[in-house]
Ligand binder design. Structure first.
Ligand code: ACO
Length: 355
């Protein structure tokens, strides 16, 4: 039976470490508050003008390609997941393709906008391409440069303290080895509460969704015949070009959906939580991971957490964590690894992989 295996994995985080105390210089917060509510001690920020989401993704991809033992020209499809792209368009897939220098083969590049679950969605897509025999070396990248678009004021503190920059990548290949590879992926979404965790402007919404949902928000639209909707001075003056989040709402849904979607995958594969060698959850918040661990009855050595060092790196968090776990020898040949994510949309998903 043809399945998809991870042939190579890599991650990259920028050098600059930003501690919780560093953030107290620009907003009213404290190391104690951040650690107590999120578990985060520090995060990394990319270097302005020198690093971008796509360049960080490229660094991670180079490592994954080398570890897969292939040449960059062997890649036959690129999937790039991010919510913080270099450009509004084109997406990061083609920028990574250029940065990697694989322009001659003219392979396809797909961009995924599924926020925290982007990597799991990307894995599922790659899995279908590989199982169908269409591609033999798919490069899947999750990368984020959050630090360029956060609100560094007390008003933005509930979001800003959580996020960090980084990238992770895998090379996916077909395998016929018995029992190995991606056993299943499960994807879900529910747009009912899209605005609860969102980056709304710039955008083409024109206030439509807010009106429909009865949300009383003034976007400052004037009576100009053309334009002024995507981004206007009112939005900038009122700091509306930053992400917003109803934290407690997100928390409650996350702790419900994580266990649900993990159990869905396990049940389909005829397995139980006890069979998991390593759960690599999206690093949303250490408290969410701990809640999920407890709910699933998992030991500490069955769950990989690194949010303490990097914060929440959205689409990059799972591949960074998986790469670190693999490098540390905590994920080995034959292990059953479960990936699970929940985030903005809301979208969520899981994957079971036999290494
Ligand atoms: N520093 C100090 N005080 C803060 C900060 C901060 N960084 N942020 C908010 N506060 C204040 C609030 O203003 C509020 O003050 P008030 O009581 O005077 O009004 C108080 O702290 C409590 O605010 P809450 O939002 O109720 O705090 P909560 O305990 O819910 O913690 C948090 C906030 C950490 C965001 C939490 O709700 C959470 O983790 N939610 C899950 C969301 C999440 O993990 N998001 C990650 C991205 S989405 C994803 O990846 C799934």
């Amino acid at each position: 039976m043809l399945r998809t295996k991870i042939a190579g994995i890599g991650h990259y985080v920028p050098e600059k470490v930003v501690t919780n105390n560093d953030l107290t210089r620009v907003m009213d917060t404290s190391d104690e508050w951040i650690q107590e509510r999120t578990g985060i001690k520090e995060r990394r920020y990319g270097t302005k003008h020198k690093e971008t989401t796509s360049t960080m993704g490229t660094r991670a991809a180079e490592i994954a390609i080398e570890r897969a033992g292939i040449q960059k020209e062997d890649i036959d499809f690129i999937i790039f997941a991010t919510l913080s792209p270099d450009y509004y368009f084109p997406g990061c897939g083609v920028l990574l393709q250029r940065e990697l220098g694989i322009t001659k083969t003219e392979i396809g590049a797909l961009d995924i906008r599924n926020q925290c679950s982007g990597f799991v969605y990307g894995l599922s897509i790659a899995d279908q391409f590989i199982k169908s025999g269409m591609y033999k070396n798919v490069l899947l990248v999750g990368a984020e440069m959050h630090s360029m678009g956060l609100e560094f004021t007390t008003k933005g503190r509930n979001v800003t303290v959580i996020f960090g920059d980084g990238a992770g990548a895998v090379v996916l290949q077909p395998t016929e080895e018995e029992g190995k590879g991606v056993l299943t992926t499960k994807l879900h979404s529910d747009g009912t509460y899209a605005e609860k965790l969102a980056f709304i402007s710039p955008g083409s919404h024109g206030g439509y969704h807010h009106d429909k949902m009865g949300l009383d928000t003034d976007f400052g639209f004037g009576d100009e015949e053309f334009g002024e909707i995507f981004l206007n001075h009112h939005m900038i003056d009122n700091n509306m070009h930053y992400p917003n989040m109803e934290g407690q709402f997100v928390f409650k849904l996350a702790v419900q959906k994580f266990p649900e979607v993990i159990m869905e995958a396990l049940t389909e594969a005829g397995l139980t939580p006890a069979d998991i060698d390593m759960l690599v959850p999206h690093q949303a918040n250490l408290r969410i991971s701990q809640f999920v661990q407890k709910r699933m009855g998992l030991r500490d050595d069955q769950v990989w957490n690194n949010i303490q060092k990097y914060g929440n790196t959205t689409a990059a968090s799972i591949p960074i964590a998986l790469c670190e776990a693999w490098e540390a020898g905590a994920v080995k040949e034959g292990d059953l690894v479960c990936l699970a994510a929940f985030g903005s949309g809301f979208t969520w998903g899981s994957a079971l992989i036999r290494f």
